[in-house]
Design a binder for this molecule. Structure first.
Ligand code: HAM
Length: 414
């Protein structure tokens, strides 16, 4: 047979990453913490398809996201898109499958998302989100619950972060007499804190008088007293909802700042919005985003209130210093002809440890050196003479102590 080798190395696509075992172990350890906490609040896991009809995301996900979507036509000519996030898919699933279920519904997900963004540190074209959606309640308690849950996850992971909470209704109220397109554009620019273009746009549409109030709100970040200041600026907005949420969170010892400039990058938010920013990440420092929204009626269901958040898993993995618990690693080393015995001993030990055996037909010396290379804790050496007496040799590769023990004692030696 003819084998051809080519010189071109195939690289992975831009904005994607490979994850090697050390990193995967860390990521799984973080994921386990997130799952455990979400489950302890009664959230249950769901999973939706990796791709959806493009329309699902263009209906209400915002100008920003539409430009960033991985959209394509399948062989049947359908317009599809890789999911850029999971809130719209989960709400589609809710409308399709779950409307008869007792409310509120508590769902969580951990899945990859795709956005055609310019890759940079902390910003990828394939990334993972861990998120929750609490569906069916319009009480302030629902917002309090999801915010507390995100806070507890970030605290448990010992992240250094600032949690900011706002209400998107306030900015929308300020922009209420603008048409939707203009208002959304302004919201986008506020979300990006792009004051230069915001200034230009407000001039362009002849609404310079809005500058003062918008810029002041964008800078209103602080304790609950910020709300009193805002009341002076926007007199006809009802602050009671955000006040209630903020007061309740304060009583629950959640540390946060009121931030009335949060606009969020997605258009579906209707009420409370929140974001968390972490230290040590550079420009892409937002590790959590969420808020309350209404989407079900756009997907053919009844108008249903919902609230939730998504944590940027990759950004969190980058800064989180979690202890990864590694099980003991054992290499069962066998002399030639004793492979089956070695295999049996390995199987017996696998209840308690990670056990590898030789699959290269190496010499005992080379097997032992491999055990060192892979940082094993123990080598169990299976030799003819010991085996006849029902014994094996166990070598602690950290202390280099070596003992010959009875087979029955082997498990308790680890
Ligand atoms: P989002 O703010 O667009 O919200 O994304 C949530 C988090 O995903 C961000 O805070 C960020 O950490 C992470 N993220 C976003 N884009 C990238 C990227 N290109 N690379 C790495 N990480 C990224 C949502 O997606 C909403 N669905 C959240 C939500 C759930 N709202 C209500 N329920």
């Amino acid at each position: 047979m003819l084998h051809l080798t080519f010189d071109v190395k195939i690289e992975r696509p831009r904005g994607t990453r490979d994850f090697l075992p050390d990193e995967m172990e860390k990521r799984r350890a973080i994921e386990r913490v997130m799952r455990r906490i979400a489950e302890s609040y009664g959230y249950r896991e769901v999973l939706t398809p990796t791709f959806e009809h493009l329309e699902l995301f263009t209906i209400k996900s915002g100008e920003g996201i539409v430009e960033e979507i991985y959209a394509f036509k399948d062989k049947g000519g359908r317009d599809l898109a890789l999911r850029p996030e999971l809130t719209a898919p989960v709400m589609r699933m809710f409308v399709n499958e779950c409307t008869g279920m007792p409310k509120p519904l508590r769902f969580y997900y951990f899945a990859n998302c795709f956005r055609y963004e310019r890759p940079q540190r902390g910003r990828y074209r394939e990334f993972w989100q861990f998120g929750v959606e609490l569906i069916g309640s319009n009480s302030y308690l629902a917002d309090v619950e999801v915010i507390s849950l995100s806070y507890e996850i970030m605290k448990t992971l010992k992240l250094k972060f600032d949690l900011h909470i706002g209400h998107v209704g306030l900015l929308r109220h300020v922009l209420r007499d603008l048409d939707e397109k203009k208002a959304e554009r302004i919201m986008r620019l506020i979300d990006k804190k792009d004051v230069e273009n915001l200034d230009r746009f407000l001039d362009e549409i002849g609404r310079t008088e809005l500058k003062d109030v918008i810029y002041t709100l964008m800078e209103l970040v602080g304790g609950l007293d910020v709300l009193d200041e805002a009341k002076e600026i926007v007199r006809d907005f009802d602050f009671s909802y955000i006040e209630r949420v903020a007061q309740t969170l304060e009583s629950l010892d959640v540390e946060f700042k009121v931030d009335l400039g949060i606009a969020r990058g997605l258009d579906y938010y209707t009420g409370i919005v929140f974001e968390a920013y972490a230290e040590g990440l550079g420009a892409q420092n937002q590790i959590c985003g969420g808020g309350s929204y209404r989407l079900a009626h756009l997907f053919g269901g009844e108008d249903t209130p919902a609230t939730g958040f998504a944590l940027g898993f990759d950004r969190i993995a980058e800064i989180c210093e979690i202890d990864v618990e590694r099980p003991k690693k054992v290499v069962v080393v066998s002399f030639k002809g004793l492979e089956i015995e070695a295999w049996r001993i390995a199987n017996m030990l696998r209840d308690k440890a990670v056990v590898v055996t030789d699959v290269m037909e190496r010499s005992v010396k080379r097997q032992l050196s491999y055990a060192n290379d892979i940082d094993a804790d123990y080598a169990v050496i299976v030799g003819e003479r010991e085996l006849k007496e029902g014994k094996v040799t166990i070598k602690n590769l950290r202390t280099m102590e070596q003992r010959t023990v009875k087979m029955e004692e082997l498990l308790s030696e680890l």
